[in-house]
Design a protein around this ligand. Structure first.
Ligand code: OOG
Ligand code: NI
Length: 458
């Protein structure tokens, strides 16, 4: 008989995402409503510009928050089994959050096209906390174990074998879900919870439970404005604004919004007896996203410049409609036609030969042909490379909308600084750079076209 072979990692990622989606819908019924709204909006929009195999009913990302280097390293190993790898470093301390992050995502284009599901993963930075809450946080984190014995065992087996056989894969997914599920009984007393929440609401979320509960999942919408309007119509409490670039002709980067985290009933253990006391906690929400072209370093610099100017301008006008108008007005400076984006080197693109490439020969001097000439001749076309990553400012906006603090953002008790090395050392592996990944895709597509056209270089 034929040996059963390993389950494909991309397929396993889809199984994982589906399991997570089912679990989250069961845990947070409102999230099921959000998915339905997004599906209705996507159906209402013509889908003519969608690649054929694109599966819109699959979530595009989720997020978890971890407490210790050991947790992050183990999660990295779990995610590697479903084809997810750390890409890009996000410093959230600039936004007053005592944490930094990476995004686990598929890296190669084939894997991305099969299923681009990713998980934004933050790690607590205890060194940014004041000594007392820090000590309490570390004490709570030190005594918790968010991985089942079975999961750790399977992980070792999967790593040694180089994959999972179908029955192992099934157990692996079931055990992994335990790490990310919600616990309605806290692992800390109410007093400890309050101390940590007073230091930072996110700190209580990270340290007071015996799991790294998934805090949101995010389907992709074809029309974020329409989806936002429908969410409001149905009475969902929607975040005050859509993060990222305003609506444009040519979508760039990432736009996102969400319904706000729900206040949920939680029981807290009592120190001196075996009883429980009631309380509540806010962590979980539902988000939607719309993605556009990845930007080059130059394009990103321009985006960041305009973003900070737009935010400043927005801050100087009254809340409400004018607010968004001011934001949009500043962003009007960002070129919004494909030719300009391309010519100014602001976007990453994939080069493809057209049908006219057949039989075409280069009659000019030399054998390196500028892209512009090939575009003029109609033998190649350029298509945007989709941005697969996150935006630190938008992420901070999502975080902030879910913390009840009404104050500004500068009330943090620490000086912000980046610390990529310590995140990499916690991971036990280097973090890839998204810009190099996009640049490589672009270069490979150019080389392939040059080859097909019989020229040395484009
Ligand atoms: C993560 C927030 C960041 C996004 O889409 O930018 C994020 C969190 O709340 O833990 O998911
Ligand atoms: Ni998100």
């Amino acid at each position: 008989a034929q040996q059963p072979s390993f389950v494909d990692k991309d397929d396993l990622r889809t199984t994982f995402a589906l399991a997570m989606s089912a679990m989250y819908k069961a845990e947070v019924p409102l999230y099921g409503d959000l998915v339905r709204i997004v599906q209705e909006v996507n159906q209402a929009r013509s889908s003519k510009d969608l690649p054929v195999e694109e599966r819109l009913d699959l979530e595009r990302h989720g997020a978890i928050r971890l407490g210790t280097p050991h947790e992050l390293r183990t999660v990295r190993r779990v995610f590697a089994q479903i084809g997810l790898h750390p890409v890009d470093y996000y410093d959230l301390s600039v936004a007053g959050l005592p944490m930094h992050a990476t995004a686990f995502r598929p890296i190669d284009p084939k894997a991305l096209s099969k299923n681009p599901f990713r998980i934004f993963t933050t790690l607590l930075r205890p060194e940014l906390l004041r000594p007392e809450p820090r000590q309490l946080a570390l004490q709570l984190l030190g005594r918790r174990n968010i991985f089942s014995d079975e999961l750790v065992l399977l992980l070792g087996v999967g790593e040694e074998q180089g994959g999972f056989f179908p029955d192992q894969a099934e157990r692996f997914i079931a055990e992994a879900m335990k790490t990310f599920k919600w616990h309605s009984v806290a692992a800390a007393t109410h007093e400890d919870y309050e101390i940590l929440a007073a230091e930072h609401p996110i700190l209580a979320d990270i340290t007071c439970f015996n799991s790294a509960h998934i805090n949101h999942l995010t389907p992709r919408t074809l029309d974020i404005e329409m989806a936002e309007a429908r969410m409001k119509q149905e009475g969902l409490a929607v975040k005050s604004r859509i993060e990222g670039p305003p609506a444009r002709q040519y979508a760039i980067l990432l736009r996102q919004t969400s319904f706000l985290a729900l206040r949920e009933h939680i029981s807290f253990p009592v120190r001196v007896s075996t009883g429980l006391v009631p309380g509540s906690h806010k962590a979980r929400f539902g988000e939607i996203e719309q993605r556009g072209a990845a930007l080059t370093a130059k394009g990103r610099r321009l985006y960041d410049e305009i973003l900070s100017e737009a935010l400043q301008r927005m801050g100087s006008v009254d809340e409400g409609k004018d607010h968004e108008e001011a934001y949009k007005e500043v962003f009007a400076k960002y070129p919004d036609d494909w030719k300009a984006l391309l010519e100014q080197g602001l976007v990453f693109f994939e080069c493809r030969c057209t049908r006219s490439a057949r039989g075409w020969t280069w009659s000019g001097p030399g054998s390196a042909v500028p892209l512009s000439r090939l575009l003029e001749a109609g033998v190649v076309e350029t298509v945007p490379i989709t941005y697969e990553d996150f935006l630190p400012f938008s992420a901070a906006g999502i975080f902030r909308s879910n913390l009840h603090s009404t104050s500004g953002d500068d009330d943090a008790a620490f000086e912000p600084f980046e610390d990529r090395e310590s995140l990499e050392s916690a991971l036990g592996s280097p973090i890839s750079d998204s810009a190099s990944l996009y640049a490589r895709l672009q270069a490979e597509s150019l080389a392939k076209c040059a080859n097909a056209l019989g020229i040395d270089e484009i």
